[in-house]
Structures are given as C-alpha cells and as structure tokens.
Design a binder for this molecule. Sequence first.
Ligand code: NAD
Length: 401
Amino acid sequence: MANAFENALRQIDRAAEAAHMQGEFLELLHYPMREVRVNIPVHMDNGSLRIFEGYRIQHNNWRGPFKGGIRYHQNVDINEVKALATWMTMKTAVVGIPMGGGKGGVTVNPKELSVGELERLTRGWTSSMKGIIGPELDVPAPDVNTTPQEMDWVASEFGHPAVVTGKTISAGGSLGRGTATADGAFEVFETLKGKLFPNGGPQTVVVQGFGNAGRIFAVIMHKKGYKVIAVSDSRGGIFNPEGLDIAALESHKDSTGGVQDFAGAKNISNEELLALDCDLLVPAAMENQFTATNVEAIKAKVIFEIANGPTTPEADDVFVRKNIPVVPDILVNAGGVTVSYFEWEQNMTNEKWTEEVVAEKMKKIMIDSANEVWARKEKYGVDLRRAAFILALERLEAAKK
Ligand code: NAD
C-alpha cells in the first residue's frame, strides 16, 4: 500500500514547487516535531492482560497547539498517523484557525472490545500521554471509530475538558460538533458548486463510507434534493440509479449494522461503487482509495474528499489529465476541526455558544477558505489540491517568521 506519509510530503513539495516557494520552513515541515509511541496495558473482561500499541504524532505548532483526532483501527501504524498529523497542520492553516497539527491512534479493532475494555483502553492511552497532551499543548478529537464517548473518557482521565474536543454536550462539548464535518463540507460544496459544474448540476452523488462524516453528508445532500445513488461501508455498498431513501437507509444501517441488503437497491462492491458514473463522488472512509491501479476506471465528474488522504499523488496526476477536479480533504473536511476549535475556545473561556452562533461562524470560515483556495488555483494555474496546500504554506511560512 502506498505510504500515506510520503504522499503527504509529496503534496507539500508539489505545491511549493508550483508557487516557487523556498526556505527552511519547507524542510522543517517534512519532520513531525515529536513522535510518541506507547504500549498500553489493558485488563480484558476475561481477566487476561493485553498490550495495545498507541501513538501521538505532534507534527507542527507554529500556529497554535497541536490539534487532531485519535483513530482506533486494526491497520493503524505510525506512517499513517504521521500523514494524518501532517494533513492536520495543513488543514488548520487552510481555515486559518490558531491551531497546529497532530494525530493519535491505537492499533485495535474496537468492534472486538466491550464498552468496559474500550474505556480502560482510552483511559490507558490518556494516562500514557500525560505531559504530551494538554489544553495549551495538544488537543485531540474523534476520528475513525472514536466517538464523543471516548472523548469524555479522555477529558475525565486527564481532568480538564479543554484537553480534548468532540465531547458530549454534558461533558463540555460544543453544539454543532457532531455534524460539523459534513456541514462544513456542504458549505464548501455550495460555495464552489457553480465553478465545479459550470453547465449546471450536479444531480447524482455517490458516498463511500457511512460513518460520522459520510452518513451525515448523505443525509444533507438527500434533504437538499440531490440524488444519492450509492453508498458503502466496510462490508460493501448498495446502488439504486433512481436514488436511495437515505432516512430509511439510516434505520436499516442502525438495525442491521451495515448498508447492504437494503430494499430496492442492488448490492455492489466498494470497487464497483468507486467506478460508478456519477456527478459527485465523495470518499468518506479511509486513505488511498484512488491509486494508480484504479484511477483510470473512475467516471465521476468531480471528486469531493471528505476522507483524509483518499487520493495518491499518482491518481491526482490522472485526475488532472482527465480534467476531473478533486476538491481536497484539507479544505472539504475542515469544518470538523473548525468547530473543535470553537469547542476548545468555549471550554477555555467558560462560555456556551448557541447552535446558531456556531453554525454562522463555521459557515463564514468555510466560505472564505473555499474562495481563498479557488483564488490560489486561478493565480497559479494549478489544481485545487496544490492551491489548498499553497494557501496553507503561505500561512505557515508567515507564522514561522
Ligand atoms: P467513522 O468510523 O465514523 O466512519 C467510517 C466509515 O467508513 C464507516 O461507515 C466504515 O464502515 C466505512 N469504511 C471503512 N473502511 C471502508 C472501506 N474500505 N470501504 C468503504 N467504507 C469503509 O469515521 P469518520 O469520522 O466518518 O471518518 C471518515 C473519514 O473522514 C476519515 O478519513 C476521517 O479521517 C475523515 N474525517 C472525519 C472527521 C470527523 O469529524 N469525523 C473530520 C475530518 C475528517
């Protein structure tokens, strides 16, 4: 599998080259400032002891405390976490919030653990990160397979709500955080829609991944009248060219645990889903989904990256050649970290903002950021990924100085 960290560094280099940027700051961004690896002992329900491997990568803090999620997945490794931390540095810069980039993870399949085991694992991760994370140092958040429940355990174990974002409301979470990633993605979509689809549209939408981010985005697009014709999760996908009833699909997913075998839709594989003819293809699962191996088969008109790192640089080149715009992750999914920053600010100042205030502030940031990225695309004559990285690098260079 492509090394996601190398891909992230190539994305930085390609943007810097396109904008003729030079300087030590570029070299420094090739190295996370700190890499922490811990072994976490957990007593399992049956009395046995298991040791889990955990990570925290602190990529960069020139613009503010390290910020980024914690991922629980059986395939988590240090290169993946380094890549995700690097993208966080770029993302917080793209949206101009005073935070840096970090990421954490545990190599575990959380579906095999009981709630009690998950709590002990999360508390164990947190206590091994004492001195590493902290409200003014490094502020984690949810990512794949972690939820407000895990964030509450982190806050409780650490002893301060501002150490982590994405908590439940009663534990100091922000209104609007649960839907922020998808809401922010929708604002980016609305801002760029006319430019991405100059001849009108889009009509058909395909979403890979039906979790926190992808599921809520599918719900929003369905409510706004777009036809969501296919979705998938880790068990496989479903397709109905007439459009899926997303509200009914939500109940089906909740009761069966997966999206497949949904009435009126055909089961398809994830490979088939990615190759469907559609207007907007939204990867919202994992990285490295578009690679040299499958990119030629992609028929979508626009790629809209809610997942982090779904496109390798080789696949990016093919999309550029085929004139398929890719709206990049560090812009599209930045609504999540933006509202995370609002949550942190509320915790630090002991304030509680209304849902309307959160939504309004986030909307403005997402619209401004999308327009700033588009302006870099026009100025330098580059694709949207290079444009977003150029914007981030400009802000990082200024902060370093
Ligand atoms: P999640 O765990 O809630 O959901 C992930 C979904 O992807 C699940 O439905 C899972 O079944 C599915 N999936 C996993 N492997 C798959 C595969 N090979 N093919 C198809 N589906 C697969 O995670 P999430 O929080 O929704 O995150 C999804 C992506 O969005 C990740 O790349 C994450 O880094 C990114 N992201 C999330 C947030 C957030 O606030 N949740 C913010 C920014 C970026």
